[in-house]
Ligand binder design. Sequence first.
Ligand code: ATP
Length: 343
Amino acid sequence: MSTIAEHLNMEFNGYQALKDVNLEIQKGEFIAILGPSGCGKTTLLRLLAGFLKPTAGRILMDGMVVADSNCMIEPNRRNIGMVFQSYALWPHMTVEQQVRFPMEYSRFSGFRTDRERKERAEELLKLVGMDGLKNRYPSELSGGQKQRVAIARALANEPGLLLMDEPLSNLDAELKIEMRREISRLHKEVGGTILYVTHDQSEALGMADRIVVMSQGRIQQIGTPREIFHKPANAFVAKFVGQSNLIRGQWEENSFICGKGERVDGTGIPESFHKDSLFPVKADHIHLVPAGRSRFTGKIREMEYQGFQMKVIMNMDDGNVVQVLVQPEMDCREGMEYGIAFG
Ligand code: ATP
């Protein structure tokens, strides 16, 4: 199902939680909504699901208006599935019953007979690797198993749009990686449209076809993971997704100047960085050189050993603070003076 949000605004008692959000989701796409806590991710998801009515703007699903400031089609009349962070399983139902329930009660169910529903439940439980545990209750399952059931349940009626709200945030690091792979696999096998809300950059970069980066109720950038990571549109995206250094200095046309006249080629860096007098650069795109070989110099403030590499934080003489990645065996000590070279 294709979904379009047009000039969406959402206000709660005078607080503007979403500001002029425009988004087009193509059928079959995996879209991640990425942003820090409070940026409006869940609000956008709740608007798409039909739990909230927009203050202004409208939502279209397959070309039909499902919400604007006057009308709203209820969640159960939209062809959507939902997976929540908290799993939201029914405690009194077995695994199999959880998956069969939406097929029995949803108007979108194409599974009319008991036999069809049973077969569909079996197929889904196999797909998420839960077919051996179909008679268990939620209290007898681990977090990862519960999340698998929640995903199977959400897929039961082949929803046109699957909304997932931080589905992995209650799982431990190892299980998170496993479930991440699982969700990507499911997306490929089932081929549905997914909108996946997360504040975790690596989840968004690793899974999504396109990422929507949000901050303070506004979309900051929409792009493929590579575009978002390598060509951030503004300082927020560069910092939040790319974990870039934002070096303060002066722009002269396409050259950026920092320190005591160190000049860097800034061709292709978007205008928003020029306006803010900032230059984005990732920690692995700069290196330490002897102080005499750069006009951008400073002293080591601290070091963080990271196994394969070492992160060095530099207090630069012009007031910038810069992070550089170096070989872990490099002789670095606090207070040592170095220059920074770009590229
Ligand atoms: P998190 O990652 O912490 O879940 P989020 O990006 O999903 O954050 P939202 O839940 O969409 O953020 O909230 C966006 C803003 O709107 C927040 O400042 C929140 O306090 C506010 N907000 C959300 N729901 C309501 C409500 N019902 N009434 C008033 N303010 C609300």
